[in-house]
Design a binder for this molecule. Structure first.
Ligand code: NDP
Length: 332
């Protein structure tokens, strides 16, 4: 059974005599900073001097440049984009780390794939929300919290887990549960969802739309039926709330019979093989190496793929459907 930490396992008091900085004030940075402050620990925000700094100050936080914040504080929550993190870390954070400091990440990616190697004399922890930044804030305010994966990569002081759980409590995730994983496991799971589950699911979605449209159904009807009515999203939410099989009882017996009998046809061994292949590339580090090389080359493949994406007919199908069902909000 995986180890899950809750409120009673954590003590935010561990942070009270530490100086905490949040480096980055974007999706996660802002949400985590607001939550942490509401939990009684006000972080210094390490940002560049631009509109992001202005936003942090409007929210009532003290700010400093990234290097300055790293120099002033001894617990550094690094919440900037993963692509820039190794360079920012080496240039602006590493030179200011002192023995016994703690650094935390919201994903294990850079450390797990060897793109960022922290010095041996600091604690290295992970609190990786399974939630977008806005959700991190909203669920905190509602009082419900959100799930996350947490882990200690390096325990230089003997206190790393306590610091990790204190941050986890401060941002609100121990309210619902923080599951212990290694940095590598977290990064691999995250990438697998993005590269395996997501695209496989996307293909089923696109294939279903195309099948209906090829059979002569109006594009707007296909889009509403499969996706845009919200019925499917509602069923997904019910799966989360009450369980995969239990939610089936919310559907008619015709639906249950049809889906279970025809469902057997979609047990395709090749799908499993493809998913396993994607996971293998992730675990071997092949994907991380490929992505690092793509970034170094200036994203030529990404640009090409984004261009191809704009040519897919779904954009036009969606536009027509949204117009027909008056789904788009009027311009401000
Ligand atoms: P964002 O893209 O929202 O981060 C933006 C922040 O990073 C801004 O403050 C920006 O400053 C700063 N920044 C960008 N480039 C630099 C740079 N070169 N030097 C200094 N600061 C820089 O990131 P996220 O919040 O999405 O992600 C942060 C971490 O959280 C990542 O590790 C990510 O994997 C993880 N995570 C993200 C989730 C999400 O929902 N987005 C979910 C779970 C984990 P400026 O405005 O000045 O450019």
């Amino acid at each position: 059974m995986a180890k899950v930490y809750y409120e009673s396992d954590a003590d935010i008091g561990v942070l009270r005599d530490r100086k905490v900085a949040i480096i980055g004030y974007g999706n996660q940075g802002r949400a985590q900073a607001l939550n942490l402050r509401d939990s009684g620990v006000t972080p210094l925000i390490g940002v560049r001097q631009d509109e992001t700094q202005a936003r942090a100050e409007e929210d009532g936080f003290a700010t400093a440049g990234v290097a300055d914040a790293a120099a002033q504080c001894d617990v550094l929550m690094i919440l900037i984009p993963d692509e820039v993190m190794p360079q920012v870390f080496d240039e602006s954070i590493r030179p200011h780390l002192n023995e016994g400091d703690a650094i935390s990440f919201a994903t294990g990616y850079n450390v797990a794939f060897g793109l960022l190697t922290p010095p041996a004399n600091v604690d290295v922890v992970m609190i990786a929300p399974r939630m977008i930044g806005q959700g991190v804030r909203d669920t905190y305010v509602e009082g419900s919290g959100f799930p996350s994966f947490v882990g200690v990569h390096q325990d230089a002081t003997g206190n790393a887990l306590a610091v990790c759980l204190a941050i986890a409590q401060g941002i609100g995730t121990t309210r619902s549960g923080a599951l212990e994983l290694t940095f590598a496991q977290e990064a691999e799971l995250d990438l697998f969802t993005e590269q395996g589950f997501g695209p496989a699911f996307g293909q089923v979605l696109m294939g279903s739309l195309q099948t209906l449209i090829d059979a002569g159904y109006p594009e707007e009807a296909a889009l509403i039926e499969i996706l845009l009515s919200g019925e499917f999203a509602y069923s997904m939410e019910k799966i989360r709330e009450i369980g995969f099989f239990k939610q089936m009882e919310l559907h008619s017996t015709t639906s249950q019979y049809g889906s279970m009998t025809r469902g057997m046809r979609f047990i395709i061994p090749e799908l499993h093989d493809k998913l396993a292949e994607v996971l293998k590339e992730i675990k071997s580090g092949d994907f991380a190496r490929e992505w690092t090389a793509e970034q170094a080359a200036g994203h030529p493949m990404l640009a090409q793929l984004r261009e191809m994406r704009t040519m897919h007919p779904i954009a036009e199908w969606e536009r027509k459907t949204r117009e027909a069902f008056r789904m788009d909000k009027p311009e401000d």
